[in-house]
Design a protein around this ligand. Sequence first.
Ligand code: ZN
Length: 278
Amino acid sequence: MPRHIVCLTFDFDTQAGFIARGMITPTPLSRGEFGAAVSGRILDFLKSRGIAATWFISGFTIESWPRECDAVVACSHEIAHHSWAHIPPATQSRDEEEADLVRANDAIARLSGRKARGYRSPSWDLSEHTVDLLLDQGFLYDSSMMGADYLPYRARRGDAAKLGEPFRFGEPTALIEMPISWSLDDFPHFEFMRTASTVLASMQPARPVMQSWLDEFLYMKKSVDWGVLTYTMHPYVIGRGYRMRALEELVDKLGDEGAVFMTMEAAAREAEPRLPRP
Ligand SMILES: [Zn+2]
């Protein structure tokens, strides 16, 4: 019996990403604040469709927006780890990365009553230590890598890439990788970002993007009997009215096409027996 799983995931950053980039003047901070202002409409929408989603919440957001985070917990969504301060692990020392992981997981435990089973790195850039640190801290899965589309796989430790030499594969670990893609992330499609060195001016209309996201699901249906498709969204991005309308239509079409919606933790647990033992 074919089974095609969809994970709706929300990275609840509020102002954390702007602060991590040094954008601490009032207007960029207010862009992050908008995510908190509209988190309730996303929760209402998920409730209206009976969907359990996964919210990757930074420790910063938990401690800055307690009522909004309590509301996510009250709706029984999975609370997963998204760092404390939204600094990409690739730019941290091992000790800094470990301290941030522990601090954020303590905040999650206080918020939800249990530590996170899943991790997603800020800005999708793991360090060479991340997989080991996640295993040490008892994580079930990571969702920051792009080595597959529909099939979760075992994250490896100790890969080695050196210019002019063949790739050396490290050993597969118990950590389950739930793959993602920038193409299935709302941010690069929709946002405008100006920094000293770059301008990102995407600003796509919402419905064509959602059509692409639907096509990705239809291709999964055609190509595998069992698979997981993960969409990554940010409340301050997807929460705009015209994008919410397009998301509502997408979710309803996915439902018509037989999508099984579940949290990433549930999808990872369903994937585990299908994967080779580490
Ligand atoms: Zn984020």
